[in-house]
Design a protein around this ligand. Structure first.
Ligand code: AMP
Ligand code: MG
Length: 471
């Protein structure tokens, strides 16, 4: 077994984490392994004589320094002074072939000092869901944590619905630093630790950034770009708490996330999001709120507080316009335009309003703009025809419109009802749909003529009304 670890987080002060080994499981069975990602990380399958034991945490690979990270966070707007990895263990970091440093983390690997009331475990459903959706996001070109492996543990986990098969996901991330990692030290007044963390985050993610406000600016830019990308594919994260907001700008923590089928701005899936705080159209506002929390935390270490508050305010206040301009660029491309011009956003907004009024499928409407069946997505197709007249006029002078749309609008996304079907089959030991979804979603901009079943929106009796956290 050889994974070339190079652990920097474990070299930080002990206050940042608790050293904690995974708890071995009874009968680990490898059910997924990501060869492409492994190759990028210099890990060959042949290096792993017992991959199941390794990715179950039964065998600690040489060079690993297992630990649970400490953090806090605002959950649904409410401050929680201490969270931390309650069911995840960082094995260590790998310097990948592309020169990037990546965390290798087991999720569902047993209790830690931060487990609170939880069992430290995960069941198979959320593990496979995160595997498929995070890899699909990567294939869509959206910054995200990735999935290296999944194992079934051979042990049941007990959830509200009864005993379910246990599983562990091996997650790969640029890092697991979150807004909440900064918040905990700021809230405790541990300014030395806050400074050390700030220096560490800058060195690891934004070496060109200068000082706490430089870091704030860099994270703001990354998160602004990220949320615009989510919006552009109809992705709803579902639990945008500050502990699920990554400093790297990657999408992290696929819990109750889902892609929209029929477009409606108020769409919410998460069963725990009673008030729609994390609804589709609220995501740009919430990410600004999260960055404001990061600003509040980072300021604590600055000597000249008045100047820092002024600068941080300016940085945060500029964020909505950054999100908006990225959103405009992406949605202009979605309707085939090389760059947004005067009047284009009215065109986009008009289309979206007509889609909402006509239960038009978000993915299929945009994808089919390059063909001739977008109108079929509308309950009243003439609502589309009326819009398309102005659009066609605008497309004159955009010779690359079709290619641009097909490179921006995926033909296939991980639809919720297929994810549920995939999980139900896997629980019965049938991984065919899991494997097929991974294969098809790896090239989301191809036509996938033979995969019409995966492109089809849910029939009324297939609609999944709510999604659940991975607990
Ligand atoms: P999440 O909503 O998944 O981001 O998790 C929020 C917090 O709850 C984190 O501190 C998790 O580590 C913790 N947590 C979630 N599920 C479990 C579990 N089954 N056992 C222990 N801790 C958990
Ligand atoms: Mg989390």
């Amino acid at each position: 077994m050889s994974i070339q670890f190079d652990n920097s987080y474990a070299a930080l002060p002990a206050a940042f984490y608790t050293r904690q080994a995974p708890t071995p499981v009874k009968a680990p069975r490898l059910v997924a392994f990501n060869d492409d990602l492994a190759a990028l990380m210099g890990i060959a399958r042949t290096d792993l004589p017992d991959a199941a034991a390794t990715f179950a945490g039964n065998v600690i690979p040489d060079g690993a320094a297992p630990l649970a990270q400490l953090y806090a966070g605002h959950q649904f707007g409410n401050w929680n002074p201490q969270l931390g990895d309650g069911r995840a263990i960082l094995l260590g970091e790998v310097l990948s072939k592309d020169g990037k440093r990546r965390d290798l983390q087991l999720k569902g690997s047993g209790p830690t000092p931060y487990s609170r009331m939880g069992d430290g475990r995960a069941w198979l459903g959320p593990v496979l869901r995160e595997y498929v959706v995070s890899e699909a996001m990567h294939a869509l070109g959206i910054p995200t944590t990735r999935a290296l492996a999944a194992v079934e543990t051979g042990e049941p986990v007990i959830r509200e619905t009864g005993a379910l098969p246990g599983a562990i996901l091996t997650r790969v991330a640029a890092s697991h630093l979150r807004v909440g990692t900064f918040q905990i030290f700021a809230a405790r007044g541990e300014i030395g630790h806050l400074r050390a963390l700030t220096d560490y985050a800058i060195a690891r993610h934004y070496p060109e950034a200068v000082g706490p406000m430089g870091l704030l600016r860099a994270v703001r830019d990354a998160q602004a770009a990220l949320v615009a990308r989510w919006m552009s594919v109809g992705f709803i994260h579902g639990v945008m708490n500050t502990d699920n907001c990554a400093i790297s700008g990657e999408t992290i923590d696929y819990g109750p996330c889902a892609f929209m089928d029929a477009y409606h701005p108020n769409t919410v899936f998460s069963s725990i999001d009673q008030f729609g705080r994390y609804a589709y159209s609220n995501q740009p506002d919430i990410v600004v709120w999260n960055i404001a929390q990061l600003a509040t935390a980072l300021i604590q270490q600055v000597e000249d507080k008045d100047a820092a508050v002024e600068e941080a305010t300016e940085i945060v206040h500029a964020m909505p316009a950054l999100i908006r301009s990225e959103w405009e660029r992406l949605f202009a491309a979605k309707i085939g335009l090389s760059a947004p011009a005067e009047g284009d956003m009215e065109l986009v907004t008009d289309l979206l309003e007509r889609m909402a009024a006509n239960q038009a499928d978000f993915t299929n409407t945009f994808r089919n703009l390059s063909g001739n069946s977008a109108r079929d997505q509308f309950t009243d197709p003439t609502a589309f025809d009326d819009w398309a007249e102005g659009w066609q006029a605008r497309l004159v002078g955009e010779p690359d419109a079709i290619a641009r749309m097909n490179a921006t609008n995926p033909s296939v996304i991980p639809r919720n009802h297929r994810m549920e079907e995939m999980i139900a089959a896997a629980v019965q030991g049938d991984y065919a749909l899991f494997e097929r979804l991974n294969a098809v979603l790896a090239t989301p901009f191809a036509d996938h003529i033979d995969d019409a079943d995966l492109k089809r929106p849910p029939a009324p009796d297939e609609v999944v009304p709510a999604t659940f956290c991975g607990t």
